[in-house]
Ligand binder design. Sequence first.
Ligand SMILES: Nc1ncnc2c1ncn2[C@@H]1O[C@H](COP(=O)(O)OP(=O)(O)OP(=O)(O)O)[C@@H](O)[C@H]1O
Length: 196
Amino acid sequence: MLQAENLACRRGERVVFAGLSFKVEPGEAVLLTGANGAGKSTLLRLLAGLLAPAEGRLLWQGADAFADRAAHAGRLRYLSHADALKPGLTARENLGFFARLWGGDAGAALDQLGLAALAGLPARVLSSGQKRRVALARLALAPAALWLLDEPTVGLDAASVERLGGLLARHRAAGGMVLAATHLPLPLPDARELRL
Ligand SMILES: Nc1ncnc2c1ncn2[C@@H]1O[C@H](COP(=O)(O)OP(=O)(O)OP(=O)(O)O)[C@@H](O)[C@H]1O
């Protein structure tokens, strides 16, 4: 279980949020909502261990999640606004990098996002939605307990949103957790809303 206790985060001089507490149980999904600038991306970066909280604690199975940073990094997949693709590498090579890091099969993961026919193209020639799908294919590599997704469906066509819905459902059925920031409808039935 993931548990946030009284989290506060400062960006520059500004306190973006404070006194934030919540729990996420295995199989649960949480939708982070709120106006532009409310702190959704900030919270995801904090949960990913990329920003330090100004106050509060993050617990994993009751113990400090950041006590072992490598273990925390290993239990999560963080998908930011950026697709984090090397433009000169093909879709398969881009995903292959993460497959070597985490395990899993790059070809099969691309297939799950409907990208088999584009696997040999350099990322620089892909459309913005296709790039997003290559980034999302990272979720179909080796399993990780906690998915942190920042606007995962931006630029996706309806079929790709449906494929992502399938990935999310299988992840949750296996006990995985999801926190997703979005302004768009997401295929996450029964997700709890956390409004910032
Ligand atoms: N590197 C930074 N330095 C200073 N302030 C920052 C930095 N990054 C973000 N902020 C500020 O932190 C606040 C929260 O930003 P954040 O990106 O988390 O919002 P958000 O809820 O994800 O917004 P959006 O809906 O527009 O994606 C904003 O006021 C933003 O200007």
